[in-house]
Design a protein around this ligand. Structure first.
Ligand code: GDP
Length: 443
């Protein structure tokens, strides 16, 4: 996943700091140096990196922190907060309301994934009960209308466009009017993709915005854009009132930091990320869970939402309740693995679990992770109820481990490996204690 490597570098820097016997100025500086280097290597804009570093130094004043203060925790929290601040412009974007017509205009560079994101956005809202419609005001690129039409038809979303009309303003206005009459409550206007240098296309974009008066302009950006992101985002922002950003191709191996820096340039939040070419490869972007995932701290709410997608509320696993009580057993780990396999791409789901850094979840390792989970589950199938439900780490004696290995046809080493994984997960999972688990109908 994009930024997985960045998460790994930051986590390693924090880990090195945690391993130091005493946290002094030198240790803090070294930690910040490593984090700064990692952010720059991943194309995060230099100004933002500099701000982050200065802010952390201002917040964490080691001289003023009394002995006994948990300096590690304070530093980690400061880094977490600053990363969140970097990605959060502090103001939410416009959210369309059901039953009331909203116009949302998409802008972006050619090839950024704008047309694909238009359909994903429409489809996402359609599933949630909106009545979306798509207007193709891209008369510049040959085939743009066909592409939108094809996507829209697949998702059963009404669309408007023309093979012969060359005036994008005319199409945009007519399309919006048509769908308003048809009581569509989310009218999405796709505009021509452009290069930063194409002044006339920028002017066209401004005119389409003036004519259709969108409630929201979404700027679509490819995650591989690198350091150029900041300037490009600014150029768009200068022409139209960008209100939100969608970052695409987050499933690739791009560095991604540049696109995320665009938040600062447009002063608008990233609201969704594209994670593949299919209609469903689209995720709501929330800053805190994202940074949590990045730092291997898990994304509890994301995981809950994912589980929600496949398991009806009244069949929600009891383990969620147990976790909130601070209990984590092998049976709970088993249930989690079971749901993960059901939830689809393991890399996406695993990175939501605390303790598992996104770095481990690269595409190449996807198959391997899946096979490992299945192996663990087979071994757990050979365990007794007492073993699965125990919270006593001493219960797993040598004879029990040998019995499980024999029963599952695996090596003793494999069972030890599985128990080690359980032990590793116990610590972050225990942090779930006290978390409010939503009741039926609350989510
Ligand atoms: P536009 O010119 O900005 O409208 O870009 P398109 O929507 O035509 O997308 C360009 C290419 O990027 C197409 O091949 C899309 O399938 C692909 N694409 C778009 N979004 C994503 C994404 O999130 N992940 C991946 N892997 N490919 C994407």
């Amino acid at each position: 996943m994009v930024l997985g490597e960045l998460g790994g570098s930051i986590t390693r820097a924090l880990q090195a700091m945690s391993n130091a016997t005493i946290i002094d100025e030198d240790v803090l500086n070294e930690c910040l140096k490593q984090i700064t280097r990692a952010l720059l290597q991943h194309d995060v804009h230099i100004k933002l990196v500099h701000n982050l570093q200065t802010n952390i130094k201002n917040i964490v004043n080691l001289h003023e922190l009394a002995a006994g203060h948990n300096k590690r925790k304070i530093i980690q929290q400061a880094i977490f907060n600053e990363l969140c601040k970097m990605l959060d412009p502090g103001k939410p974007s416009f959210t369309p309301k059901k039953g009331k017509p909203s116009v949302v205009m998409f802008v972006g560079l050619q090839g950024s994934g704008k047309t694909t994101s238009c359909t994903k956005y429409a489809y996402h809202h359609q599933k949630k009960g909106w009545k979306p419609a798509l207007v193709c005001a891209d008369t510049f690129r040959a085939g743009a209308f066909d592409q939108l039409k094809q996507n829209a038809t697949k998702a059963n979303i009404p669309f408007y466009g023309s093979y012969t009309e060359s005036d994008p303003l005319k199409i945009a206005v007519e399309g919006v009017e048509t769908f308003k009459k048809e009581n569509c409550d989310l009218i999405i206007v796709d505009t021509s993709g452009r290069h930063k240098q194409q002044k006339d296309l920028f002017e066209e974009m401004r005119q389409v915005a003036e004519a259709t008066k969108p409630d929201l302009v979404i700027f679509v950006m490819d995650s591989s854009i690198g350091q150029a992101a900041f300037d490009q985002a600014e150029a768009f922002k200068e022409s139209v009132a960008v209100g939100a950003v969608i970052v695409t191709k987050m499933d690739g191996h791009a560095k991604g930091g540049g696109a995320l820096s665009a938040v600062a340039a447009t002063k608008s939040p990233v609201i969704y990320i594209g994670t593949g070419e299919h209609m469903d490869d689209f995720e709501v972007f929330d800053v805190k869970p994202f940074v949590s995932r990045l730092l291997g701290m898990g994304d509890w709410s994301g995981l809950m939402n994912k589980i929600q997608e496949v398991v009806p509320m009244d069949q929600q696993p009891e383990h969620l309740q147990k976790l909130s009580e601070g209990t984590f057993t092998l049976r709970i780990m088993y249930e989690q693995f079971h749901y993960m396999l059901k939830l689809g791409p393991v890399s996406k789901v695993l990175s939501m679990l605390p303790g598992l850094n996104a770095e481990l979840m690269t595409k190449g390792q996807e198959k391997e992770s899946q096979a490992k989970i299945k192996r663990y589950m087979t071994m757990m199938d050979s365990m007794t109820n007492e073993e699965l439900d125990s919270t006593n780490p001493k219960l797993m004696s040598e004879s029990r481990i040998m019995r499980i290995a024999r029963g599952s046809g695996r090596l003793v080493r494999d069972v030890m490996d599985m128990l080690e994984e359980y032990k590793k997960l116990t610590k972050p999972m225990s942090k779930m204690k006290g978390l409010k688990i939503p009741k039926k109908g609350e989510m």
